[in-house]
Design a binder for this molecule. Structure first.
Ligand code: SAM
Length: 395
């Protein structure tokens, strides 16, 4: 059994933090004085939206800890103690506003710690906690229409990308796969199909090599195969969102997948699995949504067996300027409209497009994977870099 603290997503002590950010909104303090209290801690504060001028540039993150450089104060910032201190100090805001100076700075920095490290949600600047909450809302909102939207947005090409991922994995019978951010199970179902046909081919080869088998022996071999079509292979789908898993389970039932398949609610940044457990770790269109990519990569490394393989399929960056411009036009002008028409949800698909533009390019992600300890890291661009598959090994 994994330790209790690793069982599930810890939502953290949201109470005081939300309370304090609500207080900021409803306070009598002028906005300028709130901002002058140090870190910008306003809940839902939107950075001025970058103007779309054809090719969208990645915005630099505000100074501070980055995904690649873990923040040593993270524990302290997120701790209940800080949040409680912030909530306790909040009622004296009027006095502080008059006195200013040291007290104001003190209150500001405590609240800054409570609000947490800043990051981005699409083109908005938010705290890490807010981002996790918003991502959860996005996938809760799109879960039921997720598959149909995937087909419409990519004209079905996402299916080919996922097939390529599983072919690259080339799982042999007996492989234990962990598919993180597995959502509605697309990678898991492909894995099962692949292993089944690999086993069938194996069986045919075995039977062909024995020339003098009776028909009973052949028939028995096939019956055995039908009882255990996956052999010892297994796939675990792990996702942070209950709704996505619910849709995935219904789909599995409808399509007749059950053997060797399990569903686990869990956070990629803190996986509920023991060390050195899996042969392969996949994450398809998931890592972009993870708030601390560095932690997710460390966790991937931890749960893989030595010799295990990491595979990540994700939207990436197109280098050809003409294609890139066309792609931007399509992304910003068409995808949110499709989101609204098909799923009644413009905002989630606007986030999708923005998050793709904010995601590290191929070489940067490769460096992050190496930083987590993986060896022989490389990547393959698909469709001119619209998506890329990164691969690495734990040695
Ligand atoms: C775009 S979907 C991809 C689903 C599936 N892998 C596919 O390719 O169709 C992204 C998934 O990432 C999940 N996710 C986001 N943040 C996560 C986290 N920190 N840990 C685990 N899953 C996460 C979401 O709930 C969602 O199901």
């Amino acid at each position: 059994m994994p330790p209790a603290h690793k069982q599930l997503v810890a939502p953290g002590c949201l109470g005081p933090e939300l309370a304090s950010s609500q207080a900021v909104k409803s306070s009598q303090l002028p906005l300028s004085s709130v901002l002058s209290l140090g870190t910008n801690t306003q809940c839902g504060h939107r950075a001025p939206p970058p103007r779309y001028e054809g090719r969208v540039r990645r915005q630099p993150l505000p100074p501070g800890p980055t995904a690649a450089a873990p923040d040593p104060l993270r524990e302290v910032r997120g701790s209940c103690l800080c949040k409680m201190a912030a909530a306790a100090l909040w009622p004296c805001r009027a006095v502080l506003a008059r006195r200013g100076g040291v007290l104001r700075a003190l209150c500001g920095s405590v609240r800054g710690l409570a609000a947490g490290t800043q990051t981005h949600f699409g083109f908005q600047t938010v705290t890490e906690e807010e981002r996790r909450e918003k991502i959860n809302q996005v996938f809760e909102s799109v879960a039921k229409k997720y598959d149909v939207m995937n087909d419409s947005m990519t004209l079905g090409i996402h299916r080919v990308w996922k097939d390529i991922l599983v072919h690259k994995m080339n799982p042999s019978p007996g492989t234990l796969l962990l598919d993180v951010a597995g959502g509605t199970g697309d990678i898991a179902f492909r894995f099962i199909n692949y292993v089944r046909s690999a086993r069938e081919r194996q069986l045919q080869r075995k039977l062909r090599s024995h020339q003098n088998l009776s028909w009973q022996e052949i028939s028995e071999s096939y019956q055995e195969e039908q009882c255990k079509p996956l052999g010892d292979s297994q796939v675990v789908v792990c996702d942070i969102n209950k709704e996505m898993l619910k849709v995935g389970k219904q789909k599995a039932q409808y399509l007749g997948y059950s053997e060797g398949l399990s569903w686990v609610l869990g956070n990629a940044e803190e996986l509920p699995f023991n060390d050195d457990k899996f042969d392969v770790y996949t994450i398809a269109f998931g890592i972009r949504n993870v708030t601390r990519i560095d932690l997710a990569l460390q966790e991937a490394y931890r749960v893989l067996k030595p010799g295990g393989r990491f595979l990540c399929l994700e939207f990436s960056h197109v280098s050809n300027p003409v294609i890139s411009r066309l792609y931007d036009l399509y992304s910003f002008q068409v995808i949110p409209v499709l989101g609204e028409v098909i799923a009644g949800d413009w905002k989630s698909y606007q986030y999708l497009v923005e998050s793709i533009r904010r995601f590290p390019p191929q070489e940067e992600l490769k460096a992050m994977i190496e930083e987590a300890g993986f060896f022989k890291v490389d990547y393959q661009n698909l469709n001119l870099g619209i998506v890329a598959i990164h691969s690495g090994f734990k040695l």
